[in-house]
Ligand binder design. Sequence first.
Ligand code: HEM
Ligand code: HEM
Length: 211
Amino acid sequence: MIQSREAVVGRSTERVAAGSGGAEGNARLTGTTGALLIALLAVEGVTILFIRPLISVHVFVGLMLVPPVALKLGATGWRFFRYYTHSRPYVLKGPPHLVMRVLIAPPVVLSTLFVFGTGIAMFVVKPGGGILLGLHKVSFVVWLVTTGLHVLVYLPKLPQLASSDFRRATRLPSARVRVGLVVTSAAVGAVFAAATFHLAAPWLDWVRLRH
Ligand code: HEM
Ligand code: HEM
């Protein structure tokens, strides 16, 4: 069916609801947070390859990742909530692709919660190669496969999503709020990591002595 120009313009305007940037603004927040995650996860990946000399960096960056990951889950959770509560801009945008939301997203979210949950839980148990470290490693394998696919699928969209709020011509309402949220998540992450890092001291000693 051929739609009139007014209908098409009307639709895209609704997706960009005044004030918040609407569904398109939400996608940009998700994308910009994804860009920050890629940078921090790349550093985390290097520490895994050289875990003994880089265990301190592993723990610090892992803790620093917590607020940006929470922001990513918050932004995507908001899209999910708005879609299922029939918010018009989100219904017009539609849900993510069936394969992505049914097969990939649930293990991405669950394995992420497990990797971070077991990482932080290690602070409250005595250092050693027990069940927590085992679960940390197993959930990492699931995480790597599923999140690797997730990133590969979304990577082509990333430059446009993450840069549009920085260009005057393509800026949407609340661009500053979105960029501010991403920068703040990194800053809060750094403070959180600095404040809790000392709790990992026994593990850092154990890793250095063990290998
Ligand atoms: C801890 C890691 C991550 C988690 C838990 C996570 C979670 C999610 C979830 C639940 C969704 C919504 C479902 C879907 O569209 O499949 C999503 C969408 C998305 N993610 Fe991730 N993600 C992570 C990392 C990344 C990274 C590193 C990137 C960078 C490429 C990224 C880019 C995107 C994009 C572009 C979308 C779609 C945004 C939209 O069009 O609304 N994600 N993510
Ligand atoms: C919440 C922050 C985190 C903390 C506190 C943490 C802590 C630790 C500790 C203490 C070890 C033991 C090192 C060893 O002897 O093997 C470890 C290993 C490991 N961590 Fe994490 N981690 C965190 C986040 C992450 C993240 C985000 C990932 C990946 C996405 C990850 C993946 C791994 C892997 C694969 C190993 C095993 C490395 C090896 O033994 O070769 N961790 N982590």
